[in-house]
Design a binder for this molecule. Structure first.
Ligand SMILES: [Zn+2]
Length: 238
């Protein structure tokens, strides 16, 4: 989910606010826990069956998003360990980060050839033209630290939004380049992209309006996407 252009670089030069965050703040984590608790309360209030409650929790809350991330990271780490027995290149990449999946050194991560880990997330290096992220990062060859931080921001976004909300609010509009941000040479000005910069601590600047839009879009997605289930249940009960 990456796009760069000369015009965009020009825009970046003139921006006023740098995102400085590198991880979700304690307030964000507390909000995620509260959101999940409120979600559980609503599931009980609306009397959803247990199997459906579990499914909705996994799809629409930070609990599900985080569970997916932990599972994918563990699975990939195991797979990489097995692959390293045969592959010298994998061994070299992983030795560079001292086999630490929580490696925070972006320089070491982008120096990888096949696979690496960055802040708990697996990063693969296929020969593709465009980077992307969904629980694991596919980082195109020659990508910068800014791109790595941006993609890592998408992982945090997925964990916080929940799987289905992320699919609808980010995974569809991002590659489809919905809206007119790309046309204006400002791909990362779209709210689903700006927040990935903010959560990833990518050193790309955003005007205040973009940051505010990004936070509102993120919060709206959390409530609006799963609301269809409350609505259907409420209508049926009446
Ligand atoms: Zn992106």
């Amino acid at each position: 989910m990456k796009r760069s252009s000369k015009l965009e670089n020009e825009l970046n030069k003139n921006r006023i606010r740098r995102s400085t965050r590198t991880a979700p703040s304690l307030v964000t984590i507390a909000a995620a826990v509260l959101f999940t608790a409120a979600f559980v309360l609503l599931l009980i209030l609306f009397g959803f069956p247990v199997w459906l409650s579990a499914l909705l929790l996994i799809l629409f809350t930070p609990a599900g998003g985080t569970l997916l991330q932990v599972s994918v990271s563990l699975f990939c780490f195991t797979g990489v360990a097995v692959a390293s027995i045969r592959s010298k290149r994998v061994r070299r990449d992983m030795k560079r980060i001292k086999w630490n999946p929580f490696n925070r050194d972006a320089v070491k991560a982008i120096a990888s050839e096949v696979v690496t880990f960055y802040k708990g997330v697996p990063v693969f290096r296929p020969k593709i033209g465009r980077s992307g992220s969904f629980s694991l990062i596919l980082l195109a060859p020659g990508e910068s630290i800014v791109s790595l931080d941006h993609e890592r921001g998408h992982n945090t976004q997925l964990m916080l939004m929940g799987i289905a909300t992320y699919c609808i609010a980010v995974a569809i509009p991002s590659p489809a380049e919905l809206g007119n941000w790309s046309e204006r040479g400002n791909y990362y000005g779209a709210p689903w992209e700006s927040i990935a910069d903010i959560y990833g601590g990518a050193s790309r600047t955003h005007v205040k309006k973009e940051s505010v839009n990004a936070v509102f879009y993120f919060a709206a997605g959390l409530f609006i996407v799963p609301s269809v289930f409350w609505w259907v249940r409420w209508k049926r009960k009446k």
